[in-house]
Structure formats: structure tokens, C-alpha cells
Write a protein that binds this ligand. Structure first.
Ligand code: F6P
Length: 532
């Protein structure tokens, strides 16, 4: 099947995507919708035959059965012996979800109502700090305990009418220093977000925050909350049970923003808007579970990804949201996709026979246009692009800005598709009065090969509901790609070695231990710091 797809790619690689539009309604045939959300993949080299083969690939890989097993609470995260049920956190429609024969929904819904009661109390001032109503919330967490809420807080800022939220993740003291400087400890709530409650960066930052607060606040514990699967550790650390919001080990860190890890977002936008976010995710789940693969957004997005990376050999993909408030979305997707599918061993322990997931990167448009789009248009590597844009902005008085934003987004995908030929460039140079060798030389630099693939995800407006749809869409895309590649997308052993070595290096840097066994480069760098 892989061989057939690769052969099909070799046969079709040279053709022009633009020519595919000559036949029939390509836009209609190669786009799919969920309600008002539309995914357009017509500007790729995928034709009906390719799509049929890709769908067959997904079917043969058992995507449907594994999807159903995931939703049913089976332990599909085999290396950790865990179920994968972040979908239960947004299951507001009463679907029963069992793990080891026990319905997990009562506990999920109970935690959600505790979060809602707390968030509402923080917002209306009935939960107050030493100095009165909470003005600032600091979420201390890293990776999945930071990127999701930090991304969503920024994405949904038009809905934020609660306290200001700040996100501290880096162990670099500069991060917490700069946030604490902006806050008054007497009116600040600190949320320690850590699934394991052991992550060194988070626990170091939490200690620093506690010391900072203790200088002005007599009962610091009252102004701390914890989001964790390890409620015993949160209790040991001194956070009262009423402000510990727990979740189970079947919620992976990078899939956790739907539950307690989203508390800061709920405090910022309110419980109703947070529910709308969950409903958006849930709507995507239902679609993923029920839509035919040929119309199924997560499946199609994954198949386009497989086509571009594993079949066509393009090593990276760019996610380019035309929404300034989605500035952290590419970073969020980097963890979601690269921590999930950046593996070399398949579920059965054998080496992968295909490339694992691609490098994911990006930046909002139009800013990226003035930075790295040069390479996307004229560089030697093809970078498949995933554009994302809302038909309407939030700033009604600035509608002309939004028109320009949308025009730029569409113009970029059109330019990637169409390109500009040498003859066109010659004509343009001639019109400028150039002739002979100079015309030829200048024209060559202005050629755009075109025929570069992109997709566009478009929706009416960036609301909490739509954000929920998008995040769930990408989560399931990662799952489908992982399943086709034979990867367990839910473990992350690749982050462990660096963590262990950092712990071992700290005493060497401090001079409490010698560097026996360390390589020459590492010792040289340690030596530099010790003498700086
Ligand atoms: O180091 C990787 C990781 O384990 C991520 O998967 C996770 O999101 C992050 O660290 C933070 O972990 P925790 O929430 O346990 O502090």
C-alpha cells in the first residue's frame, strides 16, 4: 500500500496542481465541512485516486477500531498501560465512558462543577485574597501544563473579562521575575499546574512564587491552587484539598487543557464560555466518530499530512494562522504533534519503516510573510503549509484590517499554487525597460516555481467553540497519523534522558561533585560557567 502510494506520487509529482482545477468542481470535491468550519485541501496534488488510496491506508491501519477503542477507554497507551480519555473531559452530552468497568463521567463532571464554582467565586470576588478581589492569576506549569492555557488565553482575549492571567513556565528566573514584577501578591492567585507535581521547572518556580508572596501575605496557602493528578503531592506541598483540582492518568499532559489545566482560562473567560470551548471539542469528537473518512476532517487532515511527509518526503510543515491572537498556536501544536509522533519505534517494539511525524513550525500571518515566507516561496525545500483564518474579526470598527488579513492569507496560498513563470518575469522586466542579459538575469531571480501545496481551514470567527473544534481536530489528526505509522502517540520517553542528565549536572556545576565520566565538551562548558 505504501509502495503503491509512493509509486503514485512518483507518477504525479511533476504535474501542475493548478491544472487539476480544470476538471469539475475541485474546490467542492476536495474540501470538507463540519457545520460552518471548512477544510480546503484542493490546493494539494491529491486527486481522487490518491485520496482513495490514502483512505484505504487508514482503513488497513485499523484507524476506526483504534479510535473506537480509545473512546471506549481501552488502554491504547500500551507503554504506560493507560487509557487515553481526554475526550471524556469535554463529554458534556452524557455519553458513558468506562475505565476498568467504572464510569469515569461522574468524577469528571464533579471536578468540572468544582472548577466552575471556584472560577466564578474568583471572578465575582466571593473568593478573595488578603488584599481583596483577585486581580491577577499566575499559572505556573510547563509543556502541556502551560502551552494549552497560555495559547487559549491569548486566542480568546476578546472574551476575557476576569482577572489578568500570566503564564510562567521556564526555569530561567527571568520568566518568573518578569511576571512577579507586574503583580501585587496581596491580590494574586497562584496556580501550580503539574500533572506529576514533580517537574523541576514548575516546582522551582512555585517555591519562588511562594517566597515572593510570603513577604506580604500572612496565609500564602490560601492564595494557591493546584492542578494535578498527584493530589497527595499537592497536599504535601501545602495546598488545601478544596483548591486542588485533580485529573486521572488517562489524560496526557499535552491533551489536558480541557480539564483542570484549563482553570486559568475558565477564570479569564468565565464558566459559560469555557463550556462553549468544551462543546466545540465535543462536536469534533462526534464528527470524528461518525463521519465517513472521505468527509472526516481529522482523518483528511492526517491523510494530507501523511501524503506530504511520508509519501512526498517534505520534512516539515508550517502552520500559519492568520490571527494574531493565535500566536502561541504553533508552539502548542509543536508539543502536540512532535511529542506525540516524534518516535522511531513502533508499538510492537520494531523500528519504524516510515518517517515519523514531521517538524512542525509556524507563526501568525501576516508577520511571517515579512520573515520566512521567502523560503516557502522560492527555497529549494517544499514546505506544505496549513493556513487558518476566520471570515470575520472581533474588531468591527477595524473591519478593513480584517479584509486585508484575509486577502493576504488567500493571496499566499494562491501564490504558492500559481507561482510566476520565467516568461511572465521576462515580460515584467521588459515592461520596466530592461533588455538583454540584465533582463534575463533579473527575471530569473523573480521566478516562483509555484505548485507548492497548502490547505486552508476557515471558520466564521475565533470563538471559544471554534477554538475547541480546532484543538480537537488537531488532536485527532495526531492520533490518526500515529495509528497509520504504528506509533503510540501518548507516551514521551524521549524527554527523560535530558531531565536525568540535568539533575546530575546541577551538583557538578555547583562544584559539589566532580565531572567524572562526562565528555570533554560538557566539561569544557561547565568549566566556562564556573570561571565566568
Ligand atoms: O517533559 C515533558 C512533559 O512530561 C510533558 O509531557 C508535560 O506536558 C510536561 O512535561 C509537564 O509535566 P507536568 O504537568 O507533570 O509538570
Amino acid at each position: 500500500m505504501w509502495t503503491d502510494l509512493k509509486a503514485h506520487y512518483a507518477r504525479t509529482e511533476g504535474r501542475n496542481i493548478l491544472d487539476l482545477f480544470a476538471k469539475g468542481d475541485r474546490f467542492g470535491d476536495f474540501s470538507a465541512a463540519l457545520g460552518d468550519m471548512l477544510f480546503d485541501y484542493s490546493k494539494t496534488n491529491i486527486d481522487a485516486e490518491t485520496r482513495a488510496s490514502l483512505i484505504a491506508l487508514a482503513e488497513t491501519a485499523g484507524v476506526a477500531a483504534r479510535r473506537d477503542a480509545m473512546f471506549a477507554g481501552e488502554k491504547i497507551n500500551e507503554t504506560e498501560g493507560r487509557s487515553v480519555l481526554h475526550t471524556a473531559l469535554r463529554n458534556l452530552n452524557g455519553r458513558k465512558v468506562e475505565v476498568d468497568g467504572q464510569d469515569v463521567m461522574p468524577a469528571v463532571l464533579d471536578t468540572l462543577s468544582r472548577m466552575e464554582a471556584f472560577a466564578t467565586a474568583v471572578r465575582d470576588g466571593s473568593y478573595s485574597a488578603q488584599g481583596g478581589k483577585i486581580t491577577d492569576v499566575i499559572n505556573i506549569g510547563i509543556g502541556g501544563s502551560d502551552l494549552g492555557p497560555a495559547m487559549a488565553y491569548r486566542a480568546l482575549s476578546p472574551y476575557a473579562d476576569g482577572p489578568a492571567c500570566h503564564y510562567v513556565s521556564n526555569v530561567d528566573g527571568a520568566d518568573i521575575h518578569d511576571v512577579l514584577k507586574k503583580c501585587d501578591p496581596t491580590t494574586t492567585l497562584v496556580i501550580v499546574a503539574s500533572k506529576t507535581f514533580t517537574t523541576i521547572e514548575t516546582m522551582t518556580n512555585a517555591e519562588t512564587a511562594r517566597k515572593w508572596m510570603a513577604e506580604r501575605v500572612s496565609d500564602t496557602g490560601a492564595q494557591f491552587a493546584a492542578l494535578s493528578s498527584a493530589d497527595d503531592k499537592a497536599a504535601e506541598w501545602g495546598i488545601a484539598a478544596e483548591r486542588v483540582f485533580g485529573f486521572e492518568d488517562w489524560v496526557g499532559g499535552r491533551y489536558s487543557m480541557w480539564g483542570p489545566i484549563g482553570l486559568s482560562v475558565m477564570i479569564a473567560i468565565g464558566a459559560d464560555d469555557f463550556r462553549a470551548f468544551l462543546q466545540g471539542g465535543d462536536a469534533m469528537d462526534t464528527h470524528f466518530l461518525t463521519a465517513d473518512f472521505s468527509e472526516n476532517l481529522p482523518v483528511l487532515l492526517a491523510l494530507v499530512g501523511i501524503w506530504h511527509h511520508q509519501i512526498s518526503g517534505h520534512g516539515t510543515r508550517a502552520v500559519l494562522p492568520y490571527d494574531n491572537r493565535l500566536g502561541r498556536l504553533p508552539a502548542y501544536f509543536q508539543q502536540l504533534e512532535m511529542e506525540s509522533n516524534g518516535k522511531s519505534v513502533s508499538m510492537d517494539g520494531s523500528d519504524l519503516t516510515n518517517q515519523a511525524g514531521p517538524i512542525v513550525w509556524g507563526e501568525p500571518g501576516t508577520n511571517g510573510q515579512h520573515a520566512f515566507y521567502q523560503l516557502i516561496h522560492q527555497g529549494t525545500q517544499v514546505v506544505p503549509v496549513e493556513f487558518m483564518v476566520a471570515a470575520n474579526g472581533h474588531e468591527e470598527d477595524l473591519a478593513h484590517h480584517h479584509k486585508l488579513l484575509v486577502a493576504n492569507c488567500f493571496a499566499q496560498s494562491e501564490a504558492l499554487l500559481r507561482g510566476r513563470s520565467l516568461d511572465e518575469c521576462r515580460e515584467r522586466m521588459a515592461a520596466k525597460g530592461l533588455t538583454g542579459e540584465e533582463l534575463e538575469r533579473q527575471a530569473r531571480h523573480r521566478v516562483f516555481s509555484g505548485n507548492r501545496p497548502s490547505t486552508t481551514l476557515i471558520y466564521p470567527k475565533m470563538t471559544p467553540y471554534v477554538l475547541g473544534q480546532i484543538i480537537a481536530l488537531y488532536e485527532h489528526r495526531v492520533f490518526v497519523e500515529g495509528t497509520i505509522l504504528g506509533i503510540n502517540s501518548y507516551d514521551q520517553w524521549g524527554v527523560e534522558l535530558g531531565k536525568e542528565l540535568a539533575l546530575a549536572l546541577e551538583p557538578i556545576l555547583s562544584g559539589d561533585q566532580d565531572g567524572a565520566g562526562k565528555d570533554g565538551s560538557t566539561l569544557g562548558l561547565v568549566n566556562y560557567v564556573q570561571n565566568a
